[in-house]
Design a protein around this ligand. Structure first.
Ligand SMILES: Cc1cc2nc3c(=O)[nH]c(=O)nc-3n(C[C@H](O)[C@H](O)[C@H](O)COP(=O)(O)OP(=O)(O)OC[C@H]3O[C@@H](n4cnc5c(N)ncnc54)[C@H](O)[C@@H]3O)c2cc1C
Length: 372
């Protein structure tokens, strides 16, 4: 147990990466683990399409039965109007691994968090890590409603896992830097579908001059619609204005056709969807996992799978570090960087297929021809 510290391992962030790390540590080690999660799992969460490839990861974490009981919507694959106006479908059927899913994302994250508690790790919600100091043991400042003095309290930990998502706030407090590749954001809205109107159970991607649209049917008769573009383009074109966003939506071909009859709920959420690699991804005493370590263009639909698998590997690295055994931490850091390089090649390939708006800023930036 934690010699010279309050707890062995603090995990900042209880999203998929943090939960996967906590579940792995709870199942395979005796370390004292505390997950600090700033929310109370009551807000809207974004990012919902997962391929059948997620299943072995859920099996490893021992959460498949609860995942299936949560009744997420089946996902049959992705259709993309990309490089031309007619959508081309890629069904999971031909992977031989079964269907994927469109998640009720709030339920998914909450359910993983419930499993963390059931397996004996400590989870504290409404607790935001605000700063960290030291070199191990680390001193962590937590802002929480239920904290005593000034709403801030301190704890010490021997090892830290940063699973705070794209903000990588813990790693940055320790001196790491995010190396962004682009400035992509998602402007996200939810529609309630007309019960008389059936929607195909696939994700749909549609390229447009200033970016691309993504839509996917969700459980409970809803559909998520996201306009993916760059932050500066969104500002210039005022795309986060619900009226302008809806106008752009109506101007699409396949996406607008698919929501015919839907009830528009105009509250939009803006989320960073920028690709980045953290430098460094870890050091003796701490490691980043999930989006904190590196993040991907949602076009790749890799985020949740990567978050879970990197959470599992970060847990292994933490355990080995505390046992003073082997080079696992370095291997993990090298693996994340290599994975990110492979992803960048994939990303270049994806964007090279769409050539209809090569002179438009969004597409020019992704063709290697630089900015305007
Ligand atoms: C528009 C959009 C669409 C996407 N679509 C998909 C998709 O279809 N498929 C897919 O696989 N991925 C998708 N993604 C990516 C996916 O959502 C992420 O990769 C995934 O959520 C990463 O999980 P994570 O656990 O690393 O981080 P997060 O899910 O961001 O979780 C981080 C957690 O840390 C908490 N936190 C943050 N700061 C602190 C702090 N200081 N102290 C304590 N807690 C903190 C947060 O409340 C949160 O619970 C999409 C992303 C965007 C933006």
């Amino acid at each position: 147990m934690a010699a010279g510290a309050d707890v062995d391992i603090v995990i900042a962030g209880g999203g998929p990466a943090g939960a996967a790390a906590a579940l792995t540590l709870a199942a395979h080690t005796t370390h004292g683990v505390l997950v600090l999660e700033s929310s109370r799992y009551d807000g809207v969460r974004v990012g919902e399409t997962v391929s059948p490839g997620i299943r072995p990861l859920l099996d490893y974490l021992g959460v498949t039965a609860r995942f299936l009981a949560d009744a997420h919507a089946p996902g049959l694959g992705t259709a993309a109007a990309w490089g031309g106006p007619v959508p081309v479908a890629r069904d999971y059927l031909f992977t031989g691994r079964g269907d994927g899913w469109h998640l009720d994302r709030e339920r998914f994250d909450r359910s993983l968090a419930d499993a963390v508690v059931e397996r004996g790790a400590r989870l504290r919600t409404g607790a935001r890590v605000v700063s960290v100091s030291g070199t191990g043991p680390y001193r962590i400042a937590i802002a929480a409603d239920d904290a005593g003095h000034d709403g801030v309290e301190h704890i010490t930990a021997r090892f830290l896992i940063d699973a705070t998502g794209r903000s990588a706030s813990l790693a940055r407090a320790l001196g790491a830097r995010r190396e962004p590749v682009d400035r992509m954001i998602g402007i996200v809205g939810f529609h309630t579908l007309d019960p008389m109107h059936s929607v195909e159970r696939n994700a749909l991607i549609e390229a447009v001059p200033d970016g691309w649209w993504y839509s996917a049917p969700l459980p409970n008769g809803r559909i998520v619609l996201a306009f993916m573009t760059d932050a500066d383009i969104a500002r210039r074109e005022r795309l986060a204005d619900p009226a302008i966003w809806a106008e752009r939506l109506r101007a699409t071909d396949c996406t607008a056709a698919r929501i015919n009859g839907a009830v528009f709920q105009p509250e939009l959420r803006i989320r960073s969807a920028a690709s980045h690699l953290l430098d460094p991804v870890g050091a003796p005493g701490w490691v980043a996992a999930g989006d904190a370590a590196c993040s991907f263009d949602p076009l790749a639909a890799m985020g949740i799978g990567h978050a879970i698998s990197s959470g599992i590997h970060a847990a292994r690295a933490a355990h080995n570090f505390l046992q003073s055994r082997g080079p696992i931490l370095d291997e993990y850091i090298g693996h994340v960087a290599a994975n990110f390089r492979r992803y960048l090649e994939l990303r270049t390939g994806y964007y090279a297929v769409e050539r209809r708006w090569k002179e438009k800023t969004f597409w020019k930036r992704r063709s290697g021809k630089g900015d305007e």
